[in-house]
Each structure stands twice: as structure tokens, then as C-alpha cells.
Design a protein around this ligand. Structure first.
Ligand code: SAM
Ligand code: SF4
Length: 327
């Protein structure tokens, strides 16, 4: 399916839970967010049905995210069911890496090897400062286990002024020895509404830091749906990426739909939800009607994140936490 700007839309991201065991300060306040009642989250069957319907519309890529997806008890079962759906060429997971170690073999057995691991620093104290938890060693251990098991890892680091800009080069250096993409993300305003992040460290600032250190940095060609601009340092096994999530320079090739943990469809990260698909499904609609609804949502997808933001129904101050949107 293409939207009205002729962009093929074939990638869905589902936040399967809003629960999380970390409290990253750019994502939510220290006390966390009030969790949705379990009955408000999309059920296993609802998620499966959505995936089947989207598969008939040509969706090829799915990402499971959260909250922390591995907190959801039926997640591995959901992955096993999704792996059976022929429509999907690739299944991806975004995780904070604290709970996934024991599932590594099962993930491999299912052929699910594409993991985005969130890690904003290589410093234990800063890890605590950012996530408000002490799981640094566990996440590093997960990283090395995934490397050993030859997973395709993308390491995502949110870079914030005055917090972890000193981690840019140490994190980028992980790409020297390991075939991982280390991607730096601009902070976005979805932190549960408690923090103003106007003083941004932009992708252009991160690029300047990288360029100052790596004089041989080369830009790599981009592909359909890429949000990251990718670079390589000659001789390095992995690549380095920049995701201008706040500057929004990649909207022209956007290929995605997001579904929040309670079923709100976001056709753009910066809109405030088009429809609650959970309620729509629970009203008893058929798969044909559901498919038509998705067609309509895709047709109305806004041109870019700035347009979506202007069209918001609620005040422009974003009160949502990324833990329910999924990143
Ligand atoms: N808990 C999992 C994790 O952290 O990987 C998955 C969900 S998390 C919401 C998905 C991604 O969103 C993570 O890479 C996280 O760093 C990113 N994220 C969360 N809040 C953000 C914000 N305010 N700005 C930019 N990225 C954010
Ligand atoms: Fe949890 Fe991920 Fe949000 Fe951190 S970014 S609090 S790990 S959902």
C-alpha cells in the first residue's frame, strides 16, 4: 500500500506493553507512568489478527517494542505465531536488554535475529543516572551474548546535552570490533510530560563530534524506509548511524505505522493518534472492515512530523511517554 504521498507503507511497530523495568529519564518520570489495566492492552489474539490483516495489505516488516517487550509473558509465544505468518519478511525487536538473555536460543530457533538494543552509555554510573536502575552489567552481558550468537544488532543511544555526549565516541568505537550498527538518536519530547527538552543535542552536533574524531567517516547509501543516516569508518566491522528523530529529516521516506500498547494507531510519531484499533476490533468488525480502516488510516498519513504536530487535537505539549508508543 502507498499513502497519498506515494510512500510505500509496509512496516508496523507494535508496543505490546507499557510496562517497563527501567525508568529512563527521557522516557518517563522517576515514579513511572500509571500503567494501563491489562484488559486495555491489545490481547494476544488482537495483535495476531492485526498482523494477519496488515499482511494482506502488503506489510512485510514488524517490530515488537514496548515498554519492555520481554516483560510480557506471552511474548515468546507471540513471536512464534508471528514467525509462522508468511507475509512478514523480517521480525524485529527493540529491547533494553535486561530480560532477554534466557530467550536467546529460542529466538535463534525462531529465526528472529534482528534486535535493537538500547544503551546510552558505557559508564556504569551514567547508566544509573539515565535509567535510574543498576542493570548496566546485565545489558553489556546481553550485548556480548548477542554478538557471540551472531544476532544482527543495532545499538540505539539517545544523546543528551550535559548527560552523555562524552559517550558518543566510546559507543561508536564498538563498531570497530563488532559488526553492529551504533546509532545515535536525538531526544524527542515524549517523556511523560514532566521534562522540557528544548536544549537539544541535534544530529548535526553529533555528526560534528564524529567528524572531528573520524576524519575518514564516509556516508553510506540510504535504503527504503531508513530513518538512520549511516556512515562507516574504513576498516570498522560495523556502521555508525544518526537518527534525526526530533529534526525530522527522514519523513519523506517514512514507511511505517505505529500501534501503541493500548491500540492507538499513530500514522506519524508526532500525531496524537488516529483511532483506537483495540476499541474498533472489540466493536465486532470483520477482517474486511478492519483492512478498510487501515487503508483509510494509511491514505490520511500526514506528509511529515511537523504537519502531524500541527494537526494534534490536544495541546502541543506532548504528555505521552515513549513507553506506550514504542519508540
Ligand atoms: N524498552 C525498550 C527499549 O528501551 O529498547 C523498548 C521501548 S523504548 C520506548 C524504544 C526506544 O525508544 C529506545 O531505544 C529508547 O531509547 C527510545 N526512546 C525512549 N524515549 C525517547 C525519547 N524521549 N527520545 C528519543 N528516544 C526515546
Ligand atoms: Fe523502559 Fe525503554 Fe522507556 Fe527506558 S526507553 S524506560 S527501557 S521503555
Amino acid at each position: 500500500m502507498t499513502d497519498s504521498f506515494n510512500r510505500p507503507i509496509d512496516y508496523v511497530r507494535i508496543a505490546i506493553t507499557d510496562r517497563c523495568n527501567l525508568r529512563c529519564f527521557y522516557c518517563m518520570p522517576a515514579e513511572g507512568m500509571p500503567y494501563e489495566a491489562k484488559s486495555h492492552l491489545l490481547s494476544f489474539e488482537e495483535i495476531k489478527r492485526i498482523l494477519i490483516v496488515l499482511g494482506t495489505l502488503g506489510f512485510k516488516k514488524i517490530r515488537f517494542t514496548g515498554g519492555e517487550p520481554f516483560l510480557r509473558k506471552d511474548f515468546m509465544q507471540l513471536l512464534a505465531e508471528t514467525a509462522k505468518l508468511e507475509a512478514y519478511e523480517s521480525i524485529h525487536i527493540t529491547s533494553n536488554g535486561t530480560l532477554l538473555q534466557k530467550h536467546i536460543q529460542k529466538l535463534k530457533d525462531l529465526g528472529i535475529t534482528k534486535i535493537n538494543l538500547s544503551l546510552d552509555t558505557l559508564n556504569k554510573d551514567r547508566f544509573h543516572e539515565i535509567t535510574r536502575r543498576d542493570d548496566f552489567e546485565k545489558v553489556m552481558q546481553t550485548f556480548y551474548m548477542l554478538v557471540d550468537h551472531k544476532f544482527q544488532i543495532k545499538l540505539n543511544a539517545v544523546i543528551m546535552k550535559g548527560i552523555n555526549t562524552q559517550d558518543i565516541i566510546p559507543l561508536a568505537e564498538l563498531a570497530k570490533k563488532h559488526a553492529v550498527d551504533v546509532r545515535f538518536i536525538e531526544e524527542m519530547p515524549f517523556n511523560g510530560g514532566y521534562k522540557n527538552n528544548k536544549d537539544m543535542y541535534r544530529a548535526t552536533d553529533i555528526f560534528a563530534d564524529l567528524k572531528a574524531y573520524y576524519s575518514t567517516l564516509e556516508k553510506l547509501p540510504s535504503h527504503h524506509g531508513d530513518t538512520a543516516s549511516l556512515f562507516r569508518v574504513p576498516g570498522y566491522k560495523g556502521n555508525i548511524g544518526l537518527i534525526a528523530a526530533f529534526s525530522r529529516t527522514f519523513c519523506g521516506t517514512c514507511n511505517r505505522l505505529r500501534i501503541s500498547s493500548k491500540g492507538e494507531i499513530k500514522s506519524c510519531l508526532y500525531d496524537d493518534g488516529t483511532i483506537n484499533i483495540r476499541d474498533f476490533i472489540r466493536s465486532g468488525v470483520s477482517n474486511e472492515v478492519l483492512a478498510d480502516k487501515f487503508r483509510e488510516i494509511i491514505r490520511l498519513k500526514p506528509m511529515d512530523g511537523f504537519t502531524a504536530e500541527k494537526m494534534r487535537k490536544s495541546p502541543s505539549n506532548v504528555m505521552q511517554s515513549m513507553s506506550s508508543i514504542g519508540g
